[in-house]
Ligand binder design. Structure first.
Ligand SMILES: Cc1cc2nc3c(=O)[nH]c(=O)nc-3n(C[C@H](O)[C@H](O)[C@H](O)COP(=O)(O)OP(=O)(O)OC[C@H]3O[C@@H](n4cnc5c(N)ncnc54)[C@H](O)[C@@H]3O)c2cc1C
Length: 501
C-alpha cells in the first residue's frame, strides 16, 4: 500500500487507502469502493450495489438482510439507527506468520484488533490480555444492564469458543504491570513475561473522579465494569435516594437506568444544560423535559462541594450549601485514558497514548487504539471509533500498512426512552456556518452547513433521518442543490431523495 499520490478515505470508518483507485472494499469495515472519497474535495459516487448488510450506528453490530432489524439485538436501538453496507468484509491475507503479537486490554478495541489480525495473518501468535476475570463484553451496554433491560448473559461480545476457534489466546484476570521495550516483553502480575514482536495497547480508560472531599467513602460509585453495576444493584432498592454527578451522556444514561429501577435520582450538572458536547440549548431543553418525566430531579449549574458521611455516604453538599441526603452517589464526570504503562515505558503520552495515522505510538512496532489512544489531539471515548481503531491497529500489526483518517463523532441515547442523535459540529464556531432548525410536536431538528456541506446535525424525538444525515456528512455531499439556505422540511426532502437516487 505504498503512497501513489492519491489518498482515498473510507467514509464509514476513516480507513485511508493510497493508490490511483479506491480498494474494491474496505479491509476494515467492508464498505464498498463507492464509500471511498478522494481526500481532495471531490464528491464520491453514489453506491449502486444492493444492500445486504446493515450496521448499527451505536454499537457496530452487523445484520445480514435486505432490511435492517426492527431493533438492534445488542444495544436495543431501532432500525433508524442502522446504516447500509453493501459488501462483505475483505480477507486480506499477509505473510507475517510466525511472529508474536500481544494485545493489552480486551475491550472492543482489543477484540477488534485480534479479529482483524487473525483474518489478515492466519499464522501469527495472538495473546489477548485482560485484567477482567470474564470474557470481553459490550461495555456500552452496562447502562442497559443497570436498567434491567438485559441480563449478564447478554453482555459477552463473543462466546469463549470464538477465541479458541481462531486460535486467539485469551488470558483473563491477568494484569500487565510493565512494558519492557528494550527486551520486547510485557510483564504480568503473576510474575511471568510475554515476549512480543508487535504490541497493541488497548487498555481503555478509567472514570475521572473529581477531587470532591468524601468521594472515597463507601456508597460512591462510577460505572466502568460489570462489577460496578453489581455493587450498585446490591446496595439500592426502589425508593432509595441516589445523587448522580455529571450531565454528560454516561451521567444521563446512568440516571435513566436507575430511575427505571425505581431509584429516586437527583442529577447534578454544572454546565447550564444537559449534554453540552452533543446538543445546543434548545435540544437540551427537550431532553430535560423527558428526563424530568422519568422522575429524575435535575439540579442545574450545581457543583458538589463535599460528600459527607461516616465512612458511608449520607449526603452530597452543594457549593451553595444545599444538602442532598442519599444512599449512593454515582460519579460520571468523564474518563481518563489508561496511560501509566505507556508513560513508564517512555512512549509519548498527552491526554492519551499519542498515535500517528497508522495508530503507531512513538515506539516503532507498538500500536494503540480505543479509549487509551490519542489521535490528532483527541481521545474519542466512544465505542465505534474504538472498534475501527482496533481493526486498523490489528492490520498494521499484521504488516499491512493501514491509515486511520478520523471519523465524525456520533452519539445516541439508549435507556432514556427519548430518541436523540447528534453528529459533527453542534454549535456554529463562527459566522461561516448556516443553521436551520425546527421544533414541532415535541421533536427538534437542527442542521448546520458550511461551504454548502452538512457540518452537523441534532435530531431529538424523531431520528428517522439520522442515517441519511450521517451519510451525507461523511460523503461531503454538496447540498447546494437543495437551494440553501432552506427550511428543515425542504432539506429533509433533499436528504430522502439523495438517498433514494
Ligand atoms: C456504562 C457505559 C456506557 C457507554 N455507552 C456508550 C454508548 O452508548 N456509545 C458509545 O459510543 N460509547 C459508550 N461508552 C464508551 C465505550 O464503551 C468505550 O468507548 C469503549 O468501551 C472503549 O473500548 P476500549 O476497548 O478502548 O476500552 P475498554 O472497553 O475500557 O477496554 C479496555 C480493557 O483493558 C483492560 N486493561 C486496562 N489496563 C490493563 C492492564 N494493565 N492489563 C490488562 N488489562 C488491562 C481494562 O480492564 C478493560 O477490560 C460507554 C461506556 C460505559 C462505561
Amino acid at each position: 500500500m505504498a503512497n501513489q499520490g492519491k489518498s482515498w478515505v473510507c467514509l464509514v470508518c476513516g480507513y485511508v487507502h493510497h493508490g490511483d483507485e479506491p480498494p474494491e472494499c474496505c479491509p476494515v469495515c467492508g464498505a464498498p469502493a463507492s464509500d471511498f472519497e478522494l481526500q481532495a474535495p471531490t464528491p464520491a459516487p453514489a453506491p449502486t450495489a444492493p444492500v445486504t448488510r446493515w450496521r448499527c450506528l451505536v454499537c457496530g453490530y452487523e445484520h445480514d438482510g435486505t432490511e435492517p432489524p426492527d431493533a438492534c439485538p445488542v444495544c436495543g436501538v431501532s432500525s433508524d439507527d442502522f446504516e447500509a453496507c453493501t459488501a462483505e468484509t475483505a480477507d486480506a491475507a499477509v505473510s507475517s506468520d510466525g511472529s508474536r503479537v500481544v494485545i493489552l486490554g480486551a475491550g472492543i478495541a482489543g477484540v477488534s484488533a485480534a479479529e482483524s489480525l487473525r483474518n489478515a495473518s492466519p499464522g501469527v501468535e495472538i495473546t489477548l490480555v485482560s485484567n477482567e476475570a470474564r470474557p470481553p463484553y459490550y461495555r456500552l451496554n452496562l447502562t442497559r444492564r443497570l436498567a434491567g433491560e438485559i441480563g449478564d448473559e447478554a453482555l459477552p461480545i463473543h462466546p469463549l469458543s470464538w477465541y479458541t476457534d481462531r486460535n486467539i489466546r485469551l488470558l483473563e484476570g491477568k494484569e500487565a504491570t510493565e512494558i519492557r521495550v528494550e527486551k520486547r516483553e510485557v510483564a504480568l502480575d503473576d510474575g511471568t513475561a510475554l515476549p512480543y514482536d508487535r504490541l497493541i495497547l488497548t487498555c481503555g480508560a478509567h472514570p475521572f473522579i473529581p477531587p470532591v472531599p468524601g468521594a472515597d467513602q463507601e456508597g460512591v460509585f462510577s460505572i466502568r465494569r460489570l462489577e460496578d453495576v453489581h455493587a450498585l444493584e446490591a446496595l439500592l432498592r426502589p425508593g432509595s435516594p441516589c445523587v448522580c454527578i455529571g450531565g454528560g451522556i454516561l451521567g444521563l444514561e446512568t440516571a435513566g437506568a436507575l430511575a427505571k429501577r425505581g431509584i429516586k435520582v437527583t442529577l447534578l450538572e454544572n454546565y447550564g444544560y444537559l449534554l453540552p458536547r452533543q446538543l445546543n440549548r434548545e435540544a437540551s431543553a427537550l431532553l430535560s423535559e423527558a428526563v424530568t418525566r422519568l422522575g429524575i430531579q435535575i439540579c442545574s449549574q450545581a457543583a458538589a462541594a463535599a460528600i459527607t458521611g461516616n465512612g458511608r455516604v449520607e449526603k452530597v453538599v452543594l457549593e451553595d450549601g444545599t444538602e442532598l441526603p442519599c444512599e449512593a452517589v454515582c460519579i460520571t464526570t468523564g474518563i481518563r485514558s489508561n496511560t501509566h504503562l505507556a508513560r513508564r515505558a517512555g512512549l509519548a503520552v498527552r491526554q492519551g497514548i499519542v498515535v500517528d495515522n497508522h495508530l503507531q505510538t512513538s515506539s516503532p512496532g507498538i500500536y494503540a487504539a480505543g479509549d487509551c489512544a490519542e489521535y490528532a489531539g483527541s481521545v474519542y471515548g466512544l465505542w465505534e471509533p474504538a472498534q475501527y481503531q482496533g481493526s486498523i491497529a490489528g492490520l498494521n500489526a499484521a504488516g499491512i500498512a493501514t491509515e486511520f483518517g478520523g471519523i465524525a463523532r456520533m452519539t445516541t441515547l439508549k435507556v432514556l426512552g427519548l430518541k436523540m442523535f447528534s453528529l459533527g459540529t453542534i454549535n456554529p464556531e463562527d459566522g461561516s456556518y448556516t443553521e436551520i432548525s425546527e421544533k414541532k410536536d415535541g421533536c427538534y431538528r437542527c442542521y448546520l452547513f458550511r461551504d454548502n456541506k452538512l457540518a452537523g446535525a441534532i435530531l431529538v424525538g424523531d431520528t428517522s433521518l439520522a442515517t441519511a444525515a450521517a451519510r451525507i456528512l461523511r460523503e461531503g455531499t454538496d447540498c447546494s442543490a437543495a437551494g440553501l439556505p432552506v427550511t428543515v422540511h425542504t432539506f429533509e426532502s433533499f436528504l430522502r431523495s439523495h438517498l433514494q437516487g
